[in-house]
Write a protein that binds this ligand. Structure first.
Ligand code: NAI
Ligand code: MG
Ligand code: ZN
Length: 277
């Protein structure tokens, strides 16, 4: 048995046993034991299963995803969104659910060929959908996003989106566009969102962000010029904060928080934080 969580391309849906998670538009089903259920038990409940996907092994046991058409009432159980599992609880289970969500969303959105509109079929032994007429394969989609902490000595640049929890300030972020390098994207996003220039861009690490399919690439960059002008609509407020007087910050498992904590730790000579995988 290999301990921990390992994704697999495909599992035999006809084989019995294993664990299963159930996902509807309300999130994942869970009870007091969490979101993993014995698969045979879960399949006996009154659920309208739209698709079943083998997604991996947890401590050697196969794990399946049941994608549901509608929200079902299962006695003793309730539904919780992926964000809730990210914010609290077991990190390995959150990884299982994050992967399940990405596979479920992708499979649901790639049933038909984007080129000719015909039904696609699952490629054997590969996580891909295939259109025979076009000889076209579609793989799970990942959207690279840059996230950057802009620094100026003891000060860091943090901003608020109108979507954030009241009071919380975070790092700047944005999706890469075709034709851009990671650095091009970072420079553009910082310009667009606060009209500031940066230099000495340093890659710090990455994080899968399954909301719904981002891959966050995290950086530190030094301030090089300009006065903060927040982008209308996107940025509600942006300010320089002294590292000794920080506002409420993003959730501890986010790479945004890691980039902030890392900079502060380095500045103060404290032990460096570890980025959750
Ligand atoms: N893990 C973390 O710590 C953090 C993660 N994020 C994530 O980073 C990503 C980007 O952040 P934002 O500032 O919201 O992005 P952004 O600054 O690029 O603006 C979002 C806008 O980009 C467009 N967009 C949406 N999906 C896109 C795609 N796949 N490719 C290109 N453009 C797209 C839409 O117009 C959307 O309104 C989001 O997924 C967000 O959830 C953001 C902050 C912290
Ligand atoms: Mg942004
Ligand atoms: Zn086609």
């Amino acid at each position: 048995m290999t301990p921990g969580w390992i994704t697999t391309t495909l599992l035999d849906n006809d084989a019995p046993g294993g664990w299963a998670v159930a996902r509807s538009r309300e999130g994942f089903l869970h009870d007091t034991n969490g979101p993993l259920f014995p698969r045979e038990w879960l399949k006996r409940q009154d659920l309208s299963v739209f698709a079943e996907h083998g997604i991996g092994h947890l401590d050697g046991e196969p794990v399946y995803l049941l994608e549901l058409d509608s929200v079902a009432d299962v006695p003793g159980c309730s539904w919780q969104g992926l964000r809730g599992f990210m914010l609290q609880g077991d990190h390995t289970l959150y990884k299982v659910l994050g992967y399940a969500a990405q596979i479920g969303t992708w499979a649901r959105e790639h049933r038909f060929c984007g080129s000719c509109g015909q039904a696609m079929v699952q490629v054997p032994r590969e996580r891909a959908m295939y259109c025979q007429a076009c000889d076209l394969r579609s793989y799970p989609r990942i959207s690279p996003s840059m996230i950057v902490l802009v620094t100026r000595g003891d000060e860091i640049l943090l901003a608020r989106s109108p979507r954030f929890v009241t009071g919380v300030y975070s790092t700047l972020a944005g999706f890469a566009e075709p034709g851009e390098s990671a650095e091009d994207c970072l420079i553009r996003e910082v310009r667009e969102e606060v009209q500031v220039e940066v230099k000495n861009i340093q890659y710090m690490g990455s994080q899968c962000w399954p909301f719904p399919h981002s891959m966050m690439l995290g950086f530190h960059a030094e301030y090089a010029g300009g006065d903060i002008v927040p982008q209308a609509d996107e940025i509600e407020d942006a300010q320089w904060f002294n590292i000794h007087e920080l506002p409420p910050l993003p959730a501890s498992r986010s790479i945004a928080r890691y980039l902030i904590d890392l900079y502060v730790a380095r500045r103060l000579g404290h032990a460096e934080p570890v980025l959750p995988g």
